[in-house]
Design a protein around this ligand. Structure first.
Ligand code: M6R
Length: 601
């Protein structure tokens, strides 16, 4: 979703800000803009569409050493040049970018700005107009006007402000939306995430909700809501900048699919101690042991991983688990058990729906654990505990390696808990993850076959169904999400036995149906369900596991432990979705309407 960058230094800010915005592209956006301070004031450049268009429009821009930039994912007002950020106050003195949603913007406009004609349809514009009003009419200094304005806002914001009269300063405010300040020698920067400014620094300071920051090239002052100075240690973002480049790959998604065997091996290393035991924080172990019920909260692909996690924890550690969609749980909390543990699964650690639940359950005094790929993220900082998925930056909007990494960590957590409870486990999770990594490797060699299947089944179809039972059903939900989000084919994952209760009506001559059968107790039932759809004209693509395979199966995954099958069976599904999108001419890494990091509810 929206992304922010800011630069206060000595070099020309143009290129640094453009590069920063390009590194935020993965979050999803539909317009972009930059405000540059140079000798004769603040200059705003903004365009609808890709950053490349903005770059072209800045061809003649006069370089300056201070600036702010923004990628916008439209919420209030259509994607357009006028709604793109930065927005300026009526006189042009103040220029502002904003990420988040101002819930009371109509009220603020009515109460304070009735005499100001708004230029855009955004919720953002009222912020910059109000700052100018307080500065002009009430004679406030910029910092005071900014603080007063922020105090009137309800909702979420990460925002950066330029004042033409103080051109060396960037004023920053944050509430609920992510924002970091980066530190370097004679340069300080602002960014929605560390990746955006790695070209300048890897040293960052977190900003907490309600805080304001005054950033110049030589100084960073963090201030509390009351204006008191706050001191906070910086941290080093451990991201290798090569991890966020595509290298020789045509798409990040393909790179990330292929990184999965490495990620599995990385997770083994990170979660194993020198005695080959599971390495886990004792407090996390205890929190899981203390729980009488676990509530997994997540969205999208992470929710699908949570469905598999439920099976793993219940079957291995014997603790009841409920997996909930974060946005549903937020406004419909079920009756909770006496001692619940909340596990938030989130690749980005920034998903606003999850954060809403986290804030609520913390208020109720419950213990919280975040499983994330970004340890410094909001959900990681705000939960009691964090487990890192060690997948490396995931840039493609379609989540692949984060999904398998989340399930791998959930498997380790399940076994650790089982052992701590004295439950006998007849397999070693690290060994199983090694087997999984080897099984994944096999598919990396079968890309051509999978590409051909994508051509055969999905080149022209308008819909596609995935059916499975038990764990396989959860993988089918993930496979269908992957296909629909990047290829725009209407795809649905169903429980094999449920089709005949309605959905089978959609099967027509030639409708592709992918069947997944890796679970001993239900694989024959699933084959029965496949026969039902084939009898009605479906074009079947059967995926099974060694030991359960039949002659016509198109894909047979290598034998792995039954509870680990999702980590392997999803790989051919990811490849097929990738190639289907590619052959249909879709923008694989940046699918329409989607954002990587969903920071608004
Ligand atoms: O960062 P998160 O894991 O919290 O994100 C949740 C979903 O937005 C995300 O998984 C989304 O569904 C992906 N685009 C799926 O590929």
């Amino acid at each position: 979703m929206c992304g922010i960058v800011g630069y206060a230094g000595t070099a020309a800010a143009n290129e640094i800000l453009l590069k920063g915005l390009e590194r935020l592209e993965y979050r999803g956006y539909d317009s972009a803009g930059i405000a540059l301070v140079n000798g004769d004031g603040v200059h705003v450049y903004k365009e609808k569409g890709r950053i490349a268009i903005l770059r072209d429009s800045m061809d003649q821009a006069q370089p300056g050493p201070v600036g702010i930039g923004h990628t916008r994912w439209a919420t209030h007002g259509a994607p357009s040049q006028v709604n793109a950020h930065p927005h300026q106050s009526r006189s042009g003195r103040f220029t502002l970018v904003h990420n988040g949603v101002i819930e009371n913007y109509e009220y603020v406009q009515r109460e304070y700005l009735a005499d100001v004609e708004m230029v855009s349809d955004t919720d953002t514009e009222i912020i910059v107009q109000l700052i100018e009003k307080f500065a002009n009419e009430d004679g406030m200094q910029t910092e005071e006007a900014f603080r007063k304005t922020l105090s009137l806002l309800k909702g979420s914001y990460a925002t950066a402000l330029l004042d033409e009269l103080n051109p060396e300063t960037i004023y920053v405010g944050k509430n609920k939306s992510p924002l970091l300040v980066g530190l370097a020698d004679g340069v300080n920067v602002v960014a929605s995430d560390a990746m955006a400014m790695l070209q300048v620094t890897n040293e960052f300071v977190e900003i907490m909700d309600g805080e304001m920051v005054i950033v110049t090239r030589d100084d960073v002052q963090i201030k509390s809501v009351d204006g008191d100075t706050v001191t906070r240690d910086s941290y080093i973002a451990e991201i290798d900048s090569t991890d966020i480049e595509k290298g020789t790959y045509p798409h990040f998604m393909l790179k990330e699919i292929e990184e999965q065997p490495f990620t599995m091996r990385n997770i083994i290393t990170k979660y194993k101690d020198e005695n080959e035991n599971i390495k886990l924080d004792e407090h996390i172990r205890q929190a899981v042991l203390d729980a009488d019920r676990i509530y997994i909260i997540a969205a999208g692909t992470s929710f699908n991983a949570g469905l598999v996690g439920k099976e793993m924890i219940e079957k291995i550690a014997q603790i009841p688990v409920e997996t909930h969609i974060a946005s549903e749980f937020l406004y419909n909390m079920p009756i909770l058990s006496q001692n619940p543990l909340f596990i938030f699964i989130s690749q980005s650690g920034e998903t606003a729906d999850c954060r809403g639940v986290l804030v609520n359950v913390k208020e109720l005094g419950h213990k919280t654990l975040t499983i994330t790929n970004v340890p410094g993220s909001t959900l990681s900082r705000e939960a009691d505990y964090t487990l890192h998925t060690y997948a490396g930056p995931e840039i493609a909007v379609a989540s692949t390696k984060a999904y398998t990494a989340q399930m791998a960590v959930l498997a380790i957590l399940s076994v650790d808990t089982a052992r701590a409870k004295g439950i006998e486990i007849d397999f070693d999770p690290m060994q199983q993850l090694g087997i999984v990594a080897n099984a994944m490797d096999i598919f990396m060699e079968k890309k051509d076959e999978l590409e051909q299947m994508a051509r055969d089944y999905l080149s022209v179809t308008r819909n596609c169904f995935y059916i499975g039972r038990g764990m396989d059903y959860h993988v089918c939900m993930e496979a269908s999400l992957k296909l629909k989000e990047i290829s725009y084919i209407q795809a649905e994952g169903f429980a094999g036995g449920e089709l005949k209760h309605g959905t089978i009506a959609l099967i027509e001559e030639g409708t592709p149906v992918v069947g997944l059968a890796t679970q001993e107790s239900v694989h024959l039932n699933l084959r029965g369900n496949m026969k039902e759809v084939v009898a009605r004209g479906a074009n079947p693509l059967m995926i099974s596991m060694e030991g359960f395979e039949e002659a016509d199966d198109k894909i047979v995954i290598p034998r792995v432990h039954e509870l680990f099958t999702p980590l392997v069976s999803v790989i051919p599904m990811q490849f097929i979705a990738y190639y289907a999108a590619l052959h249909r001419g879709c923008d694989v890494d940046k699918p329409r309407n989607l954002a990587k990091s969903v920071t608004v509810e």
